[in-house]
Design a binder for this molecule. Structure first.
Ligand code: NDP
Length: 244
């Protein structure tokens, strides 16, 4: 199966590190005119050095108005990967309001905000398009210390469904991927301790976490015309974790 994005323009959020960085690089490899948006300028500088053909845009997605302005100035987006995300872990009894606000601002409100700006432009241009929201298996399970994170991702799942319902008539496909643990900078921060990781791995029939490229390939599939009638799905990328 060959995927080609020649003639398409893509926007990836959270493209400075981890999954988003690899997604942006893959999109360039497959021919897309790619815009990598992230928070830390030095990450964007090193990405630009690695992939000179990429366009980089610095933006803090927690700023609603600035995000609308910056994303609104990127013309003709056909493919959107809403990838940026953060995790604040704590026991339910200890969670602070500021962590709830921080996580919902980036994991949910920014997804909503960016997608709304991009989809409005797709509708106005009658271009159609494809949007992939990066959720997590955490949206579908209860995970210790993840009360806030799980809820932000459950919100992304539900947003994906409603977007799919409303945007299908404009030929805008909207899907979501739900990976289990990936050892990105975020994954390492949360899952490096074997006391936390081992019980999780024990629940995965494949007996391992997933690799960044396995998530990237799933996103490429959903973005592409190979998934032409796949719409409104939550695609688990998890070695069978959710089967148990
Ligand atoms: P990383 O922390 O490794 O990378 C996240 C990227 O998002 C960074 O470049 C970060 O920039 C950027 N970002 C965070 N906050 C903002 C912001 N306010 N504005 C702009 N950019 C921002 O995370 P992963 O690659 O692991 O995660 C990517 C997505 O995948 C997330 O949505 C995450 O929830 C999801 N996911 C991750 C899993 C995992 O185990 N790693 C499993 C399942 C889902 P900076 O560092 O400058 O803040």
């Amino acid at each position: 199966m060959e995927i080609n994005f020649k003639g398409k323009k893509a926007l990836v959020t959270g493209a400075g590190k981890g999954i988003g960085r690899s997604v942006a690089k893959k999109l360039v490899e497959l021919g897309a005119d790619t815009v990598a948006l992230s928070r830390t300028q030095s990450d964007l500088d090193s990405l630009k050095q690695e992939v000179p053909g990429i366009t980089t845009v610095q933006c803090d997605l927690s700023d609603w108005d600035q995000t609308r302005e910056i994303v609104g100035n990127i013309d003709n987006i056909d493919l959107l990967v809403n990838n940026a995300g953060v995790a604040a872990l704590d026991k339910f009894l200890d969670v602070k309001k500021q962590d709830i606000d921080w996580c919902f601002d980036i994991n949910y409100k920014a997804v909503f905000n960016v997608a709304q700006v991009v989809a409005k432009s797709m509708v106005a241009r009658k271009s159609g398009g494809s949007i992939v929201n990066v959720s997590s298996t955490a949206s579908l399970q209860g995970l210790e210390d993840h009360a806030v994170y799980c809820c932000t991702k459950a919100a992304v799942d539900k947003l994906t469904k409603v977007m799919a319902l409303e945007l299908g008539q404009y030929k805008i496909r909207v899907n979501c991927i739900n990976p289990t643990v990936v050892m990105t900078p975020m994954g390492k921060r949360v899952w490096s301790d074997p006391a936390r990781a081992d019980p999780m791995i024990a629940r995965i029939p494949f007996g391992r976490f997933v690799e960044v490229d396995e998530v990237v390939d799933s996103i490429m599939f959903l973005l592409s015309d190979k998934a032409s009638v796949i719409h409104g799905v939550l695609l688990p990328v998890e070695g069978g974790l959710l089967t148990s």
